[in-house]
Design a protein around this ligand. Structure first.
Ligand SMILES: *[C@@H]1O[C@H](CO)[C@@H](O)[C@H](O)[C@H]1NC(C)=O
Ligand SMILES: *[C@@H]1O[C@H](CO)[C@@H](O)[C@H](O)[C@H]1NC(C)=O
Ligand SMILES: *[C@@H]1O[C@H](CO)[C@@H](O)[C@H](O)[C@H]1NC(C)=O
Ligand SMILES: *[C@@H]1O[C@H](CO)[C@@H](O)[C@H](O)[C@H]1NC(C)=O
Ligand SMILES: *[C@@H]1O[C@H](CO)[C@@H](O)[C@H](O)[C@H]1NC(C)=O
Ligand SMILES: *[C@@H]1O[C@H](CO)[C@@H](O)[C@H](O)[C@H]1NC(C)=O
Ligand SMILES: *[C@@H]1O[C@H](CO)[C@@H](O)[C@H](O)[C@H]1NC(C)=O
Ligand SMILES: *[C@@H]1O[C@H](CO)[C@@H](O)[C@H](O)[C@H]1NC(C)=O
Length: 512
């Protein structure tokens, strides 16, 4: 009897709770809802940064008369209804040879009012063959036109608030760049890029001697380390003071490490986002067990490491019968046709993208792409006879990239030679998975020791006004950051976190 009464009481209580909850939800007016959202945006936009640089309008002028050929008037950029400020863009050759036919396209921005005049950031996207103008327009440039946006908006988290920034479409074959690709590996790529930089610094000679930071994402996990290494190993070629580098969601290791091995663990971490059926889950679990993926990190990723880390299986791409990544992608697309390997949280509908990728509308529906418009090309001194695409159709390495993954070759050397080094990984990225980056780091020996000696803590990366937004750890000149909720393009999806991390690289904020 008592038990029965108790259960009736419980049911009544439960009903009350439910109806109370429902009533409250209805009571939130649209205005209240909007107010809460804008309060959140205000917190997000609030900046409590302590930048080393001064304030006041930066007046950068270039004495070489050739610089004026490249001047871009920030009030005349098509569709941008605010003043972006002065900038310089155009093509420059990769050498001063009179018969040189190869040219790279660049867009240079001086620092905004709060930025430092002592520093210069170089940014490159990956691919290989994807344009750095994507980074400019959708990640870290002074104006943004991101997925789903009807018009461009000022970028609150533009890296021009920190320093000068130079976006370059490289290697040859990328974007507006001119000439026939002929590089065979990353050292060739680095030599051509440094050749371009020499030409650039002749025209923009006021930038000579600046503190130089190289940065990029994705396949730039190859470009940036190899270019940085080339600069350190060929002192005197570049009149810049190279201080460090940033690579985010970088390609630094074998496919089996960055894609296959961590794929099933990743699906489990985000099980309710993937929403795959139990039959399929059981299949991939069996595969992961059989292929040595399930417990790979638990066994081998220790702090400090117990020795060099073995490959799971025999193939650097994943053994035959062990390539789970592709089947997971197929299965994810079945239940979520908008599934985005670059940011797994995306759902239907697919957002319109003014650059046509990966916001994957058929290209014809965004025609022409922003940088393929004649008026845009004219405004930025881009060649009008080139059809611009975000990622190149031609092979920028005609016979493939013969270089080994940077994590197995040049990364240790450039960490040792840099003042500061930053590796970043968005945790909602499925194309390159953070667990693989941890493996790469633990297998690498720099400054006398292998890997991190103490574990990467959880939830200790604090973003101003947002709280813990990931994990971070620094040892022997290397800072590693994992950003919660961020997809592959960290400056696009988590711009405030990216901005703070860039402050660390520039030495404007201590490593957490
Ligand atoms: C920038 O410098 C140039 C040359 O020194 C000068 O003519 C111009 O007025 C300056 N502009 C600003 C905004 O200070
Ligand atoms: C071409 O560039 C090289 C390397 O910067 C330099 O040594 C040489 O003097 C330059 N030649 C001409 C004709 O400018
Ligand atoms: C330019 O000429 C030099 C010397 O004749 C030759 O070695 C080089 O391959 C040429 N470069 C290009 C880009 O055609
Ligand atoms: C960047 O500069 C703009 C314009 O001066 C300013 O509104 C914005 O708050 C700055 N953002 C950061 C992150 O400093
Ligand atoms: C992985 O480790 C767990 C916990 O130690 C263990 O129960 C499981 O059997 C292991 N799986 C494989 C495939 O080794
Ligand atoms: C670890 O480094 C060694 C030596 O470079 C290499 O042979 C091995 O394949 C690496 N392991 C992984 C998992 O990348
Ligand atoms: C489960 O997922 C797999 C892989 O996508 C699919 O082939 C299969 O039809 C699904 N089964 C059910 C019942 O949804
Ligand atoms: C575009 O024009 C430039 C300059 O006239 C020329 O060098 C280049 O070969 C042309 N490119 C194409 C794809 O026609």
């Amino acid at each position: 009897m008592l038990a029965r009464l108790y259960s009736v009481l419980l049911a009544v209580l439960l009903l009350q709770t439910l109806s109370h909850g429902a009533a409250e939800a209805k009571m939130m007016s649209k205005a209240d809802l909007k107010a809460k959202q804008s309060a959140a945006m205000e917190r997000f936009n609030f900046l409590s940064t302590t930048r080393a640089s001064g304030t006041g309008v930066k007046n950068i002028t270039f004495s070489n008369p050739r610089a004026s050929e490249f001047y871009v008037d920030g009030t005349t950029i098509p569709e941008v209804d605010f003043d972006v400020g002065p900038s310089w863009a155009g093509l420059l050759p990769i050498s001063n040879a009179t018969n040189e036919t190869r040219k790279l396209f660049f867009w240079f921005f001086p620092p905004g009012p709060q930025g430092s005049l002592d520093d210069l950031i170089f940014w490159t996207n990956g691919g290989p063959g994807c344009s750095s103008l994507e980074g400019l327009l959708q990640e870290n440039g002074p104006f943004s036109w991101s997925w789903g946006q009807a018009v461009p908006t000022p970028n609150q988290f533009s890296w021009t608030n920190l320093s000068s920034i130079l976006f370059v479409e490289q290697p040859v074959g990328t974007g507006f760049s001119q000439g026939t690709p002929n590089i065979k590996d990353e050292d060739d790529l680095a030599a051509q890029f440094v050749g371009f930089m020499q030409q650039f610094l002749e025209v923009f000679s006021e930038l000579k001697g600046k503190n130089f930071y190289l940065s990029g994402e994705s396949y730039a996990g190859m470009f940036v380390p190899y270019i940085t290494n080339f600069i350190y190993e060929n002192p005197g070629m570049l009149d810049l003071n190279t201080k460090g580098f940033w690579i985010s969601d970088p390609s630094t290791s074998w496919d089996v490490i960055q894609e296959e091995m961590p794929a099933v663990n990743f699906v489990h971490k985000y099980e309710s986002v993937f929403n795959l059926n139990s039959t399929f889950m059981a299949q991939i679990d069996t595969l992961a067990d059989k292929c040595g993926y399930t417990n790979y990190s638990a066994t081998h990723v220790t702090y400090p490491p117990k020795g060099l880390l073995p490959l799971p299986g025999k193939s650097t791409e994943g053994d035959r019968g062990c390539r789970v990544w592709d089947s997971i992608f197929e299965a994810a697309l079945l239940v979520n046709p908008a599934f985005d390997i670059y940011r797994i949280f995306d759902t239907y509908p697919i957002l319109w993208d003014v650059l046509g990728f990966p916001g994957s509308f058929p290209q014809t529906q965004v025609s022409p792409l922003y940088f393929d418009r004649a008026d845009v090309k004219r405004a930025i001194h881009a060649p009008t006879n080139v059809t611009w695409t975000e990622c190149s159709d031609v092979d920028v390495f005609p016979r493939g990239d013969a270089s080994l993954p940077s994590g197995l070759t040049v990364l240790p050397n450039i960490i040792e030679k840099s003042e500061r080094s930053v590796i970043v990984h968005g945790l909602a990225d499925f194309i390159l998975i953070a667990e693989g980056t941890r493996v790469m780091i633990q297998n690498m020996t720099w400054n006398g020791l292998q890997g991190f000696q103490t574990p990467i803590p959880d939830a200790n990366f604090i973003v101003d006004g947002m709280g813990a937004l990931g994990n971070t750890h620094t040892e022997r000149g290397l800072s590693y950051f994992e950003v919660d909720l961020s997809g592959h393009m960290v400056p696009q999806f988590s711009p405030k976190a990216a901005f703070q991390i860039m402050e660390v690289l520039l030495g404007f904020r201590p490593a957490p």
